[in-house]
Design a binder for this molecule. Structure first.
Ligand SMILES: CCCCC/C=C\C/C=C\C/C=C/C(=O)SCCNC(=O)CCNC(=O)[C@H](O)C(C)(C)COP(=O)(O)OP(=O)(O)OC[C@H]1O[C@@H](n2cnc3c(N)ncnc32)[C@H](O)[C@@H]1OP(=O)(O)O
Length: 266
């Protein structure tokens, strides 16, 4: 995710937040960023697993290919206590709201798999560029984990690909390969892998060419109702999440899923 302000100020690599993924692990992405402490400058929200800059000072997300974000960190949702789940979910809400409502131009350069929470952050951006690799699936696959996508994930999906396509994809937990993601409107461009970044930059330039105040007001006009729906019921949404995730059956499903992931690796 590129933040326009930092990019425009010529500091694309210097304000990256979040910790690097564990060795041998996939980035579970944005929730490595501590959004519960001091106000988060969205300018700091680069893909946290993209270390280094190239000779022009541009970020080099190719350093961790194959995964854009593996979504929410399932280890944060398994075997913990209700207070932990509540704090975690508040952070998820906060990050999404700040991203979704940002007045900055945000372009997602999706250079790998992008399931569930990864998809929801990409959807919060203004534009998505996906690398053309049949392994780079994107979508909301929650049902395959035995859980339900929260209503605001669903709202963002519906806003992007429409009701019928969302209904089908959500129930099936379908992850779209690039060609289908483009066809359904889940991403805006599919390009060869080595052109993701340059295409994202071109998109960024296109969006930045519009007078800022007019673009920002329009963005807010388009997004406010969806964000307000969550803002109105944040606490209830946290309580729903906690009681849902604490169920024995849900914990069991998540543990089985996580175990399968770990075994698949071996
Ligand atoms: C009615 C009221 C409802 C209220 C709402 C209630 C509930 C909803 C709550 C939450 C919504 C959930 C959102 C999510 O984002 S859930 C996460 C979804 N993500 C996935 O399903 C992706 C799973 N991962 C993969 O498919 C693959 O890992 C990958 C991303 C395609 C990458 O594949 P690769 O082969 O490169 O890596 P590995 O599979 O070998 O994985 C390496 C390593 O990482 C671990 N891991 C992978 N994903 C996660 C994850 N999301 N969280 C934690 N850990 C993950 C994997 O187990 C391996 O671990 P190891 O320890 O063995 O290194």
């Amino acid at each position: 995710v590129w933040a326009a302000k930092a990019w425009r100020e010529g500091d694309p690599g210097g304000t990256r937040a979040g910790r690097r993924p564990r060795a041998g692990s996939v980035p579970t992405g944005f929730l490595d960023v501590d959004v519960t402490s001091a106000p988060l400058a969205l300018e700091c929200l680069y893909t946290p697993w993209a270390p280094g800059t190239d000779s022009d000072g541009a970020p080099t997300p190719q350093d961790c290919p194959r995964v854009f974000s593996a979504g929410l960190d399932l280890t944060e949702m398994c075997g913990r206590n209700p207070a932990h789940y509540a704090e975690y979910w508040k952070a998820v809400q906060e990050l999404w709201l700040r991203t979704y409502l940002s007045s900055l131009v945000l372009v997602a350069a999706i250079n790998g798999a992008c399931p569930a929470g990864g998809c929801i952050i990409a959807l919060a951006c203004d534009c998505r560029v996906l690398a053309d690799n049949p392994k780079y699936h994107i979508g909301l696959n929650e049902t395959l984990l035995g859980i339900t996508a929260p209503f605001w994930f669903k709202d963002a999906y519906v806003n992007t690909i429409g009701h019928r396509a969302s209904e089908q994809a959500l129930q099936l937990g379908y992850l779209f390969p690039p060609s289908e993601a483009l066809q359904v409107g889940l991403v805006d461009q599919v390009v060869p892998e080595d052109q993701v970044l340059s295409t994202a930059l071109s998109e960024m330039a296109r969006w930045l060419a519009v007078p800022d105040h007019a673009r920002q007001l329009t963005k807010n006009m388009m997004r406010k109702a969806t964000a307000d729906r969550l803002l109105r019921q944040r606490d209830a949404d946290i309580q729903n999440f906690v009681s849902f995730i604490c169920r024995d059956s849900i914990q069991k499903s998540l543990q089985v899923y996580l175990e399968k992931l770990r075994q698949r690796k071996g």
